[in-house]
Design a protein around this ligand. Structure first.
Ligand code: SF4
Length: 150
């Protein structure tokens, strides 16, 4: 079971894409200084099934180019189903995970992957010393530079 908050359109989380972002609850990583502690409680949010996900995609058809999941890798079988559905609809796919890596089967369904926990002394993607990595998986290209603050 995957629970998420109502998805929001986001413009900055995936470079050069207009994304529909799904914030998944139940994150177990517990980064100190986490900006989204509301995601820790697995009972928050509403269940996201293939059916409800497909309805969201219909609602945003023509308005988005990508879907991004913030967490959800702990429900891998379901997440893979959802990513496949997004790809069938012609969308790119992205996962923000606090882990340092995810499985090959998950990566096979992803266009972009952001890895790494938030470490407050290193900062997030907008800082040059971050431990986090934002990668375009087909090319292996690191896209962190898109997030750096001027
Ligand atoms: S992975 Fe993200 S949501 Fe989870 S604790 Fe770390 S910063 Fe918070």
């Amino acid at each position: 079971m995957l629970r998420t908050f109502v998805p929001q359109v986001c413009f900055q989380e995936v470079p050069q894409e207009i994304s529909l972002g799904f914030l998944c609850t139940g994150c177990q990583i517990g980064c100190r200084g986490c900006h989204s502690p509301q995601l820790w409680d697995e009972n928050k949010g509403e269940p996201l099934t293939l059916l409800t996900f497909s309805k969201w995609l219909v609602q945003y058809q023509g308005l988005i180019t990508c879907v991004v999941f913030f967490g959800g890798e702990w429900e891998e079988v379901l997440l893979i189903q959802l990513l496949k559905e997004a790809k069938l609809q012609g969308l790119k796919t992205c996962l923000y995970t606090g882990r340092n890596d995810v499985s090959m089967s998950l990566k096979a369904q992803l266009t972009y992957l952001k890895t790494g926990p938030y470490i407050d002394t290193l900062g997030g993607l907008e800082t040059p010393n971050t431990n986090q990595r934002f990668i375009e998986l087909s090319t292996g290209q690191l896209l962190n530079a898109h997030f750096l603050k001027e």
